[in-house]
Ligand binder design. Structure first.
Ligand code: ZN
Length: 264
């Protein structure tokens, strides 16, 4: 089985359709969403409808999904750009769309797999913490009972592995630096593949489809191949000029358009 793992689409229709075209080419049949389908960019309704038209076997809630689906207008701690985008997004969605987002779980073990999914962290998924370092990854592994855990939220692709008990010694958890790799001299499509080894556990941030923040503006997502026992990250160029124009036409903050081409 080939599962496409998509996170942080953030209402970017051009990035999402580029990713889905790639998935069709690869022969993906099952889709998994790690949350934040909406927020920031200009096509929340279109992205939500497109995701729900797929064979979406599992989906969890992201913080933006939460903000647009609850009735709380306050949004403490938000910067003004994020707040403006949340209020605009709310107005684009129907009550039914918002109810669908509100009903998503915070974390989930995907039926028939050894995969757990969460938007932020397994230890406290509703406080929207980030996993950037070994210490935070270690906390997450304490709550990870499946071989694989996929997460998003930071929009930065990162991977960690926890060794089998017999090999743990002084350092039980390692980062896998190759996963984060960016080579901006290459402007086409690129992939990085991890082999999933028996006895190891993996925590993998797949990066963001719709608003990458690792200085690589290409849409990032992953395919988990349960037969080949591999996870592959794809970096896909898309028509980001159109996405930027839509942001400006919608009256969303210009900063949201600019950041797409900087990938941060
Ligand atoms: Zn996000």
């Amino acid at each position: 089985m080939k599962y496409a793992i998509l996170s942080d689409i953030h209402a970017n229709y051009e990035a999402l359709t580029a990713v889905l075209n790639k998935c069709a080419e690869i022969g993906v049949t099952d889709f998994i969403s790690l949350g934040d389908i909406v927020g920031y960019n200009a096509n929340p309704k279109e992205c939500l409808d497109l995701m729900r038209s797929l064979n979406l076997i599992a989906a969890v809630k992201g913080n933006h999904d939460e903000y647009v689906s609850n009735n709380d207008e306050v949004m403490e701690g938000f910067n003004p750009h994020a707040r403006a985008a949340v209020l605009w997004t709310k107005a684009q969605l129907s009550e039914e769309d918002r109810a669908w987002l509100a009903g998503l779980p915070m974390r989930l073990t995907v039926r028939g797999t050894t995969v757990t999914i969460v938007h932020a962290t397994l230890d406290s998924p509703d406080t929207w913490g980030y996993i950037f370092d070994l210490h935070q990854a270690t906390d997450n592994f304490t709550y990870q009972f499946t071989q694989l855990c996929f997460c998003g939220h930071s929009h930065v692709p990162l991977a960690f592995c926890k060794k089998p008990v017999a090999l743990r010694a002084a350092k039980p958890i390692d980062e896998i630096p190759e996963w984060s790799g960016t080579d901006m001299d290459k402007i086409g499509e690129e992939t990085i593949t991890l082999n999933i080894e028996a006895g190891y556990r993996y925590l993998i941030n797949v990066g963001s489809v719709g608003q990458p923040r690792n200085r690589d503006p290409r849409a990032s997502f992953a395919i988990y191949d349960s037969d080949a026992k591999t996870v592959t990250r794809y970096r896909i160029p898309y028509d980001l000029r159109t996405t930027q124009e839509k942001i400006l036409q919608a009256g969303l903050p210009e900063h949201l358009a600019n950041r797409l081409e900087n990938g941060k």
